[in-house]
Design a binder for this molecule. Structure first.
Ligand SMILES: [Zn+2]
Length: 142
C-alpha cells in the first residue's frame, strides 16, 4: 500500500493512478507533473470544509466569506460560487428570447444545478477543483 504524492490518499499496489485525484502513481510520474487541481490544506479543509458548502447555495455564499475571509479554501469556493451565480443570471436572461432562448436557458439551468452538486462534492472532498467549463474564471481573488 502506498500513498498519493498529490492528495495523500492510499493507493493500492500496482494502481497506475490515484483513485481520488487521478494523479499518476509511482516514482515514474513524479517529474514535473501538473495536476488539474489542488487539494485544500488539510487543516483548512477540516476547519472550513463544511462551511464552504454554502458557497454553492446562491446568496448564502456570503456566510462562509464573512465568517472565514482568510481561509484559502473558502476563498476558492467563494469564487466558484460567484461564477456560478453570474452564470445563472446570464442563463435566466436567455428566457427573454422566445423559443431558442427558452431552450438555451433550460439547458443552462440544468447545467447550473449539476454544477451546484459538483461544487458541493468537491468541497466535501477537500478539493480545490474548478467547476466544469465555468470554473476557470476568476472574479474573486483566491
Ligand atoms: Zn491523489
Amino acid at each position: 500500500m502506498s500513498f498519493c504524492t498529490h492528495c495523500g490518499n492510499q493507493i493500492s499496489d500496482g494502481a497506475l493512478f490515484c483513485p481520488v485525484c487521478g494523479v499518476p502513481a509511482g516514482s515514474a510520474a513524479r517529474p514535473p507533473y501538473k495536476p488539474l487541481y489542488e487539494m485544500g490544506d488539510p487543516e483548512d479543509v477540516r476547519e472550513n470544509g463544511t462551511l464552504s458548502l454554502f458557497c454553492y447555495l446562491s446568496i448564502l455564499l456570503i456566510i462562509p466569506i464573512i465568517l472565514k475571509p482568510n481561509s484559502d479554501f473558502v476563498k476558492f469556493h467563494t469564487n466558484q460560487g460567484l461564477v456560478l451565480i453570474l452564470f445563472s443570471i446570464i442563463a435566466n436572461l436567455c428566457f427573454i428570447v422566445p423559443f431558442l432562448g427558452w431552450a438555451v436557458g433550460a439547458i443552462a439551468d440544468v447545467f447550473a444545478i449539476v454544477c451546484i452538486i459538483i461544487g458541493i462534492v468537491n468541497a466535501c472532498r477537500g478539493m480545490k477543483k474548478p467547476l466544469p467549463l465555468i470554473g476557470k474564471y476568476q472574479i474573486y481573488k483566491y
